[in-house]
Design a protein around this ligand. Sequence first.
Ligand code: NAD
Length: 486
Amino acid sequence: MSHRITVAAGDGVGPEITNAVLRILDAAECGLVYEHIQVGEAVYRSGNSSGIPAEAWEVLRRNPVFLKGPITTPQGGGYKSLNVTIRKTLGLFANVRPCRSFHPFVPTLHPGMDVVVVRENEEDLYAGIEHRQTTDVFQCLKLISIPGTEKIVRYAFDYARANGRRKVTCLVKDNIMKLTDGLFADVFRRIGVEYPELQQEVQIIDIGTARVATQPDRYDVIVTLNLYGDIVSDVTAELTGSVGLAGSANVGDRISMFEAIHGSAPDIAGRDIANPSALLNAACMMLAHLGLAAQAATIQNAWLATLEDGMHTGDIFRGGGSEELVGTRAFADAVIERLGRAPRQLQPVHLRGGAMPRTEYVRPSVRRECCGVDVFVCDTDSTPDELAAKLQAACDGLLQLKLVTNRGVKVWPGGFPETFCTDHWRCRFVSPAVEIGAPTPNYQPIDVAAVPALLARLHEAGVEAVKTENLYLFDGERGFTLGQGE
Ligand code: NAD
């Protein structure tokens, strides 16, 4: 059975390494049919700011997988990152980056390292929703959804199970971001119950990243949010010894994209010296994804044997394990010659493939009731007390001013003069609490129409609202954090 796949050679070293990889895939008789598309620098320069022509989208949407060479994103000129566009448009929700050491053949500080980072690929700060709200303050919205989190967490557990891994670590900052990162950790714990054979732990991202960098052997599969995953996966890739080695998968429900983690390396392009290993490893992940796990293992074992024989490209050619300095083409020839061989010292690869099981998201039925509003106000002149007096004058019986914060710190009632204030104030209006002074205020639902009515009165009072955020109760539970000092 043949598989039709989309291929883009990419820019810089892209055509050289893609050619090397396709030759190896053909020699291993993987039964692939290639549909080539042109995306990237030439398309950007032709005036298409997305870097992807319409006819390329048709091919991308037709085939289940896309093998992509690295792309040069031209600096300036408003060009959009083609990677981000493809990930979001095609719903490639999981970024999977295995990072393994090849000691003693590739020098590394961590000889036993074998970590897979599963990064959420569509949400978080990468939604790119940013605003400048006042002269002083800029905002970037962090959006985390239940279905997005369930999907990535389940994928990480399924990946660990399918690939014989022992442990999954979730990295979050839920001590600070209690709702967004808290959701990620909660979903991890809830879904983790279904995978009792796997060790599981939740770590705070800062100490987690420090430990990944110093003791990577403690980790196996890591699952984390988009931004943290971006950073942690670069740390793990760098720790293995060369950016020229690691491949990555961008997995979606229908379509998946496979690529090297490195860029187009314009400094060495056209010289037949680039290491094709990263794209080759990505191609092996692609084969496993297509259910061609045996072919993937054959190629990876031949590749490991090539490394062991000391046939090394310039980026990994050093004293010790290196015997012969080879170029891109000669390296590919060396891998082809070793097809069918297993490595002697490095752990042979047994990839298990096939698509991961999918579960449909069922939106829970939840009672959602408005109980107040945070109004973000631009005010350059007032003290906190003066601002609060203006706001209180605009209140009615339904919504009362509860507190004012500046950059999250309470400045009214009872702020400190030492607190530095910008021109951006968060003013919380809530329904009257039943138990005044209770440790957790007991908010009461109100008609959401009270919010625009309040905004109209604030406007009449000369208060400028730059943004509002309704406060909701979900089955009676707060869907918002308390203000500092509230
Ligand atoms: P880069 O990864 O291209 O290069 C960094 C360094 O690593 C360079 O010294 C390069 O020579 C070396 N290197 C990279 N790949 C190598 C290989 N296969 N063999 C040997 N050495 C290799 O990063 P950069 O220079 O910051 O970016 C160059 C271009 O690539 C930029 O336009 C950037 O936007 C783009 N980029 C694309 C992707 C992608 O398509 N996924 C990822 C990162 C960067």
